[in-house]
Ligand binder design. Structure first.
Ligand code: C2E
Ligand code: MG
Ligand code: MG
Ligand code: MG
Length: 284
């Protein structure tokens, strides 16, 4: 690497490294263009109430199709948007799009369901995010209780606690719901749960995966669910793919589930149909 090469010597990047940087810059530019020109869209994944079998909401998930490479996973482009700062505009776009969509569904006579939107830490760290959310709610006419913001514990890394807790308190005061996303994938300090106004805990897919076969995972799962309930939070399990996992989650008193066992994220115009199909299924 350049530093180890010694002082006073010009050192070129490794060609492979340079190529990776180029690729990221290019992705960043194209993503910027997509945000500005309507090249993004939102898919929706149903969230099911394990007690009633009803679809209580949808998670909004960004989708982007690169002009040459085709669909690119948000797991690849969100980090790029985060490092380039584009995430703030991107985040505003998806928030507005999802709220507009749920308002549209309400206007079309479809049942009221929660719309969950992912929020990156930078959206909270920089600027008046609670004002952004209040404006979107006012503009779209979406009742605040139908919006849930999903935040990860990265929010608490590397930043002043004060800004985060005042913003979360302000958001909570608006009447929207807050979910802690990806629980079990990182450090998962329980302190956040007692100090901050989360309404929901989302158990990460990596944690749900294997509950049918690994007894230790099952024990932890039962503990996390009981703890969340004790703290007044509901629990959403992510990424249930197998019926055996769904059954176990129900047995452990988990409130909600989202996963391929019910549906993948789908385009907006299919969401109502998929929800109706899920609710027609007998058994739960
Ligand atoms: P996430 O918020 O944890 O979203 C859940 C991810 O799990 C989604 O991946 C979803 O498609 C996937 N998933 C759900 N059920 C299953 C299952 O049964 N099996 C498997 N294999 N996967 C399942 P997706 O859409 O690729 O999104 C990945 C991540 O990208 C999201 O994780 C979130 O962190 C981020 N992301 C997506 N959209 C946005 C956005 O609008 N804003 C921000 N800041 N991040 C976003
Ligand atoms: Mg999420
Ligand atoms: Mg998650
Ligand atoms: Mg995740």
């Amino acid at each position: 690497m350049a530093k180890e090469a010694g002082r006073g010597r010009a050192q070129l990047f490794e060609p492979m490294y340079a190529e990776a940087v180029d690729q990221k810059l290019d992705l960043g530019r194209r993503l910027r263009h997509a945000v500005d020109s309507g090249g993004l869209n939102t898919h929706y994944q149903p969230q099911i109430d394990l007690k009633t079998g009803r679809v209580i909401g949808f998670e909004a998930l960004l989708r982007w199709s690169h002009p040459e490479r085709g669909p690119i996973s948000p797991a690849e482009f969100i980090p790029i948007a985060e490092t380039t700062g584009l995430i703030v505009d991107l985040g505003h776009w998806v928030l507005r799009d999802a709220c507009k969509q749920m308002r549209g569904w309400l206007d079309a006579g479809l049942p009221a369901r929660t719309i969950s939107v992912n929020v990156s830490p930078a959206q909270i760290w920089n600027g008046d995010f609670e004002k952004v959310v209040a404006t979107v709610l006012a503009d779209t006419g979406l009742p605040p209780e139908l919006l849930c913001l999903e935040l990860t514990e990265n929010l608490f890394v590397d930043h002043t606690k004060q800004k985060v807790s005042t913003t979360l308190a302000a958001l909570s005061k608006l009447g929207i719901q807050l979910a802690l996303d990806d629980f079990g994938s990182g450090y998962s300090s329980l302190g956040y749960l007692t100090r901050l106004p989360f309404n929901r805990l989302k158990i990460d897919r990596s944690f749900v995966d294997g509950i049918a076969t690994v007894p230790e995972k099952r024990k932890l799962l039962g503990g996390i669910i009981a703890l969340s309930h004790g703290l007044g939070m509901s629990v959403v399990a992510e990424g249930a793919e197998l019926q055996a996992e769904v059954d176990l989650l129900a047995a452990f008193d988990c409130d909600f589930v989202q996963g391929y066992a019910f549906s993948k994220p789908v385009a907006a115009d299919q969401a109502a149909v998929v929800a109706a199909e899920i609710e027609r299924k007998p058994g739960r």
